[in-house]
Design a protein around this ligand. Structure first.
Ligand SMILES: [Zn+2]
Length: 486
């Protein structure tokens, strides 16, 4: 910014106002002013302003000149010429390949082939190694003696060795994929198979076997391996996918699938959310040498906020079942809720939404998502399972005494006619079949084959697990719950 009143300069920045000087005298002051004026000459003109003025034309000329200067320095786009390799003849090409180095992985055929000269003498018989070491693998459906024979053991010896192994452990228990380490010894001539000098392998997680030659006999030595059977507990957040979260936490996929199956019989799988916590306990056997195996699911847990579901696998009446730890051992005064849902319609006269007139509603409706599991409210025998008119897919269970329960509008029926079911056992899934406007369970209770209000009935039920079995159940659960998650 500048202000020079004495010489007629007013203002600053981009605007320059020139006023003619009063006198022209070439003294030192005038010269100084001319130099200053030249220094104030604006070179960078805004071509968007004052179009057509002298400064604008000067600016355009400067810009054009600078562009032309820059363009004049640009190099041409003429092609560059380089030397071209001369074409090789066939012989030269072969010679070049021989001397080149190419990766053998790509099927390289480089290098010179050497041919035996007259100086090479042929042997009448090649010498044999005194011992060879072989590794054989037991395949699925493979026979133990067959594997040995494949590895080079004679048929008779293979049979006797298989018999010796069978005395220690059932041959069927040896897992497919087991590696057998064999050492085959010296033989009198090439027409007979080599004798077995050593055989070593892992027969089971807790047992290795070693067979060694002592003199002319083979001696079998069992080598027991200590195994820790503490079950494996895996806990975590369900996240976007239960399967991938649990797999990432280290659970075997078979265990995760068993967990989902067990859960599916007590809650709706769709009702499991990403913030819920899962708890998986599986059989786990860890050998002293680091090898490990996981087995069946023992416990399935799910924590949904304050709500907790704990399912323990228990063998009752010769059948493995997942029991809800919260319900076991209690003598209930009323029936089990047949579905996780809310009551949408009660027992009594009501206007029927599908038929369009009022009639008796002979049960209680529970709204629940499509596919939610339906459980038997009482112990009993299934006396109907199938399509039943307006009931759609329908299951009826005859309980003790003169009582019965009915479950209508199912999407899928699990229970079978004549089957004995326990209270809490999965019998089907919520649907909207028959006279229904949306997925719900229509639940009925009968006394002497007459529908009564389910809310008015109290069932007295014996515990499913009782006495000494109940205390064993509780001890097992307490033991599993004391395990620390890995
Ligand atoms: Zn209903």
């Amino acid at each position: 910014m500048y202000l020079r009143d004495n010489d007629g300069f007013i203002g600053g920045g981009g605007t320059v106002a020139l006023a003619p000087p009063a006198r022209r005298r070439f003294d030192r002051n005038t010269l100084r002013r001319h130099i200053e004026r030249a220094a104030d000459l604006e070179l960078v003109i805004d071509l968007g302003q004052r179009i057509g003025s002298r400064e604008w034309w000067r600016g355009l000329a400067t810009c054009t000149a600078l562009c032309a200067l820059a363009i004049s320095f640009a190099p041409g786009i003429a092609p560059l010429h380089g030397p071209v390799a001369p074409a090789l003849g066939e012989r030269q090409e072969q010679e070049m390949r021989v001397q080149a180095i190419a990766p053998s992985a790509y099927g390289s055929d480089t290098g010179r082939r050497m041919v035996a000269t007259n100086l090479v003498e042929r042997l009448t018989d090649t010498p044999e190694r005194p011992q060879i070491q072989v590794t054989a693998t037991l395949g699925t459906g493979d026979g133990f003696a067959r594997v040995l024979q494949r590895a080079g053991v004679g048929a008779d010896q293979a049979k006797s060795v298989a018999a010796m192994i069978a005395d220690q452990t059932a041959l069927g228990d040896i897992k497919p994929g087991t590696k057998l380490d064999l050492t085959l010894g010296r033989r009198p001539n090439k027409s007979v198979p080599r004798p077995l000098d050593h055989l070593g392998f892992r027969a089971r997680l807790d047992l290795a076997l070693s067979l060694d030659r002592v003199g002319n006999d083979l001696h079998l030595k069992p080598l027991p391996i200590a195994v820790d059977d503490t079950p494996l507990r895996i806990e975590g957040k369900v996240g976007s996918s239960m399967l991938s979260s649990a797999r990432a936490a280290g659970a075997p996929s078979a265990a995760v699938q068993a967990w989902l199956r067990a859960m599916g019989q007590h809650v709706s799988i769709q009702g499991i959310h990403s913030n819920d916590q899962f708890d998986i306990i599986v059989e786990h056997h860890r050998a002293a040498d680091g090898m490990s195996e996981t087995g069946n699911l023992l416990f399935a847990g799910l924590q949904q906020g304050k709500k907790e579901l704990r399912l323990l696998k228990w063998n009752s009446g010769g059948k493995d079942q997942f029991f809800d730890a919260a319900g076991v051992g209690e003598t209930r005064g009323s029936m089990k809720m047949p579905v996780q849902g809310h009551q949408t319609s009660s027992f009594g006269m009501r206007f029927h939404p599908v038929l369009g007139y009022s009639r008796m509603h002979k049960g209680i409706d529970y709204g629940a998502p499509m596919g939610s599991p339906i459980i038997a409210a009482t112990d009993g025998v299934v006396n109907f399972a199938g399509w039943h008119g307006g009931h759609g897919n329908y299951v009826q269970i005859r309980a003790s005494g003169n009582m019965g329960t009915g479950y209508a509008h199912m999407s899928r029926i699990i229970a079978k006619v004549g089957e004995h079911v326990h209270a809490g056992q999965l019998i089907g899934y919520v649907g909207s079949t028959g006279l229904s406007t949306g997925p719900h369970l229509h639940f009925e209770v009968f006394v002497n084959n007459v529908a009564v209000n389910p809310a008015s009935v109290k069932f007295i039920q014996a515990a499913q697990i009782a006495g000494a079995e109940l205390s064993r159940f509780k001890a097992t659960l307490a033991h599993l719950m004391s395990l620390r998650a890995r």
